[in-house]
Write a protein that binds this ligand. Structure first.
Ligand code: BMA
Length: 894
């Protein structure tokens, strides 16, 4: 990808807004007289029978190496995931050699640090085994004191096929099965991924390929020292409500070779707060904690849309008596987070919402999956584009889903800056897991390290033990006989409660922990951690998917406390797909279309759902039909997720039949791992689907949401504000499909919409409305509306509601849209002016491979002329846009 503007944005963020160290990766490690020799760079890579021998980058992985060396072509291309399966079934050896200057070699202790090995390896130095790895989510430190040679040292990492390892571990587990054995055949994946501590989606998922990677995916270095080294450090602001004051707890983790004494100096210059502490170190590994009392009141960190994201420098200076020093700085931010689960009047069950800095906050966002199957190819640019896209769509939260990876440091630092709250799962998903001693041990180390790495980030607001594993047991996904179920519950409790939860509670008292998602929270705990129905809408969060039922029927959605997953699939654009396909693939019934679809009946479900409301594309030109089919899946997805999200936002202050008080919507899913059909709103490569454009509106801070209920048209005003009420009126118009003039306009009385709630602003019988607007029928007209202040200022984005399915729309004609493109005079921004001869619906602009996005897209065009803006992410011209722009509206596809 070459998104220049966004790269600049990122450079700007890195160099100007934020100190280097605050965004530094886990690669950067401190001094204290420690000599660091980086072993990153060119290594040699060989397969087991030496038939492949190439030079390889570390950090990196085998697939990326083979592709870069021209040994294989793009693994994402067409059916290559199957063609290159052999790579993951082979074992591979990485080798490097290095020398160490004698003054360094002469020091007391030498440690080889592997920040991340993927996954099962045996590591040797100069022919001697120094250690083994079995968990890609851990850092490994191997003591190599006395093993370094005068001349060249040879370091070898032998990596075993993850597929073979998982299979062996599963077969060795003979007492009882730990399901699932294999993914569904439609995923074309590998088996027993639950037996290996590796990204669970790397053995395939219902939105992604099977690439069980192997490699050294993070940095390698040698650390040599005489006295001690700092392994890691954390900073945790804590609020004392009794005294209304803040402190920052700083933990330093030391690896001490020789006892020593010294001083620790902590300071937050902007708050004129500093303190000095005595330090006494004894040999071995130890944690030292210090508390910095703040002298001043602080500016708080708020989620996006609720205030600013104040970040302060905290500096840490350690000086030992021998003159060795260690300095670091970190951004710290002050915010409290509570997960409130308490009784709600007139509703059985318990609330489930986040209180940040004492204020209830509705979480609006999506779910995050791995950005690439080959993690070494994930760049800061890719992460920045996705997070900026999330924020631009008015999201304030993302859930880092438990089947992928704990994200890179830069991801969390950017979330801190953007005000995006993170719901952080531990990496366990959709499976039961073994509980052998060594498995538990490696998980314990993983959890400890990850909590210590991530807990300093204000953006992380909650930990969650796993994805859907409580539900998997409770609703018996794996046909486990009732009689043996207690055994599985026991294993579940052992892993997530007695180990993971226990560690998290010890390591981090500054944010809540949930055992699973979805869960009933404290109610699940009461029921022995596996609730009878973890999807109970009266408690906790829920995941809800329904593909065949009409998504326009909002009464079918569970009125949950918190919707942490729901969604619909769509296909990405042809420009995204064409990078990995050829023209014969561009047909919905091609092998390629079936191959990329990893969700059983997915393609059929999309068309069935679309067909409920739209006439399916029927162009006689096969390529046009393919493009139009992609379009219709995106229309369906956007419309379905909009309806469901608006329902949840409307439910934030309502209790209906004992259910409601919904306080969060995280639709499934934000991003894609490759070019294929999925629930994402952003395609692989960063292009926005129609859903993402729409999210900007349905996640607006003040939303007007329209709905039909028992023959009435209801319009609600939903507000995220904490105290500010708004006096508004709903401005409603009916438009006929066959003319540009509104058939009639109505206005509600001025209504006060409550802060942090949903207020009915307009109610009108639809039949009366249609009679009143003489020429309208349900089929011939559409209703548009928005909220305005009594003085006429717009308060909410424009919205609309169909009174019948567009497939039955009467008078809707081919709009014959034409366009002109003009430079705005602002760098890389272009006006696109559209003209149409009839009203058009779902007007979609697609500029193929020119990266960037429009200010609006997928819109209703009810006037002859309309202008939108395209912001490109690289230099382009009006001519280039003109020759790449495709415009489609609903009536154009049939
Ligand atoms: C949820 C997720 C994922 C999956 C998605 C769509 O259950 O947790 O496992 O990709 O549904 O099926």
């Amino acid at each position: 990808m070459n998104h220049v503007v966004w790269s600049f944005a990122c450079v700007y963020l890195l160099e100007v807004t934020c100190p280097d160290s605050a965004l530094a990766s886990e690669e950067k490690r401190p001094s204290l007289g420690v000599d660091i020799i980086s072993l990153n760079g060119k290594w040699q890579l060989m397969n087991s029978n030496s038939s492949v021998s190439v030079s390889a980058d570390v950090p990196g992985c085998v697939h990326t190496t083979l592709q870069r060396q021209g040994f294989i072509s793009d693994p994402y291309y067409r059916f290559n995931d199957l063609a290159y399966r052999w790579i993951s079934l082979d074992n591979w050896t990485y080798t490097t050699s290095f020398s160490v200057p004698s003054h360094v070699r002469g020091k007391g202790k030498a440690v080889l640090v592997f920040e991340g090995v993927d996954t099962v390896s045996t590591i040797s130095l100069n022919g001697l085994t120094i250690g083994k790895t079995d968990n890609m989510f851990r850092r490994y430190d191997f003591d190599v004191t006395g093993l370094l040679k005068d001349e060249e040292n040879v370091l070898q990492v032998w990596i075993m096929s993850a597929v073979t390892y998982a299979s062996q571990r599963s077969h060795a587990h003979t007492e009882y099965r730990v399901p699932p054995d294999c993914p569904p055949p439609v995923q074309k994946g590998e088996c027993h991924v639950n037996f290996i501590r590796k990204a669970q989606s790397s053995f395939s998922w219902d939105w992604g390929p099977s690439f069980p990677t192997l490699g050294i995916w993070k940095g390698v270095r040698l650390e040599v020292f005489n006295t001690s080294r700092v392994l890691s450090y954390t900073t945790s602001p804590k609020y004392d409500s009794e005294h209304s004051s803040w402190t920052v707890e700083v933990e330093l983790f030391f690896d001490v070779f020789v006892a020593s004494k010294g001083l620790v100096h902590l300071s937050i210059p902007l708050l004129q707060s500093e303190a000095e502490f005595q330090l006494s170190l004894t040999p071995g590994q130890s944690k030292k904690s210090f508390v910095l009392q703040l002298n001043q009141s602080v500016s708080l960190w708020w989620p996006f849309g609720h205030g600013e994201q104040f970040l302060y420098y905290l500096t840490i200076d350690v000086s030992l008596e021998g003159g060795e020093t260690f300095n670091a700085d970190r951004m710290v931010a002050f915010r409290t987070v509570e997960l409130v689960q308490e009784p709600i009047p007139s509703s059985p069950g318990l609330s489930f919402y986040f209180r940040i800095n004492g204020k209830p906050i509705f979480l609006k966002g999506s779910n995050w999956i791995p950005v690439h199957a080959f993690q070494d190819q994930v760049t800061t640019d890719m992460i920045t584009i996705l997070l900026r896209s999330a924020q631009k769509a008015n999201m304030n939260a993302l859930r880092v889903w438990g089947g992928g990876v704990y994200e890179q440091d830069i991801f969390y630092s950017l979330c801190d800056m953007y005000g995006i709250m993170i719901w952080q799962d531990f990496m366990f998903a959709c499976a039961l897991y073994p509980t052998e001693k060594d498995f538990i041990q490696t998980v314990r180390e993983e959890v400890t390290q990850q909590v210590r790495r991530l807990k300093s980030h204000p953006s992380v607001v909650i930990w969650s033990g796993n994805n859907e594993n409580e539900a998997a047991i409770a609703t018996d996904w794996f046909n486990i006989p009732v009689t043996v179920r207690p055994l599985y519950v026991k294993d579940y409790v052992h892993l997530y409660v007695e180990n993971i939860r226990d560690i998290v509670l010890q390591e981090d008292s500054t944010r809540p922990f949930l055992v699973s998602s979805p869960t009933n929270g404290v109610e699940s705990e009461k029921e022995g951690w596996v609730a009878k129905d973890p999807y109970d809408p009266h408690y906790g969060d829920t995941h809800f998917y329904s593909y065949y039922k009409d998504c326009w029927d909002w009464t079918a959605f569970p009125r949950t406390r918190f919707a942490s997953e729901y969604g619909f699939q769509s296909w990405p654009s042809l420009s995204t797909l064409s990078k990995v396909s050829v023209s014969s693939d561009w047909d919905f019934s091609s092998n390629f279309s079936a191959h990329r679809q990893h969700h059983e009946y997915g393609n059929q479900q999309m068309l069935k759902q679309a067909e409920l409301h739209y006439i399916l594309p029927n162009s006689t030109d096969p390529l046009q039909k393919y493009r139009d089919t992609i379009y219709i899946t995106q229309v369906m997805q956007a419309q379905c997720v909009k309806i469901q999200t608006e329902f949840y936002r409307r439910s934030r202050s309502d209790i209906v039949e004992g259910k409601g008080h919904t306080m969060g919507t995280l639709y499934w899913q934000l991003n894609d791992i490759w070019q294929g059909p999925s629930w994402s709103s952003v395609e692989f490569g960063g292009k926005w689907k129609m859903l993402h454009y729409w999210a900007t509106d349905f996640y607006a801070p003040i939303l007007s949401a329209g709905v039909e209920d028992k023959g009435d048209l209801l319009i609600y005003g939903v507000s995220d504000s904490h105290s500010e009420t708004h006096n508004v009126k709903a401005k409603v118009k009916l438009h006929s499909w066959s003319s540009f003039n509104a058939v009639c306009s109505l206005e509600s009385n001025v209504t006060t919409i409550k802060a942090g709630g949903s207020t009915l602003v307009f109610q009108h019988s639809i039949s009366a409305l249609l009679t009143q607007c003489g020429n309208c029928t349900r089929r011939s007209c559409i209703v548009t509306f928005h909220l305005s202040s009594p003085e006429g200022q717009m308060i909410s984005p424009h919205n609309h509601i169909f009174l019948s399915s567009p497939r039955y729309a009467e008078g809707l004609q081919k709009p014959n849209i034409t366009f002109t493109v003009k430079d705005t005079g602002i760098v890389q921004n272009f006006f696109v002016t559209l003209h149409c001869s009839f009203p058009a619906v779902y007007v979609w602009l697609d500029v193929d491979n020119i990266p960037g996005h429009f200010d609006v897209n997928g819109f209703l065009m009810l006037s002859k002329k309309s202008t939108v803006i395209f912001g490109a992410w690289r230099p382009t011209t009006a001519e280039e846009i003109t020759s790449n722009l495709h415009i489609t509206s609903l009536r154009d596809v049939y």
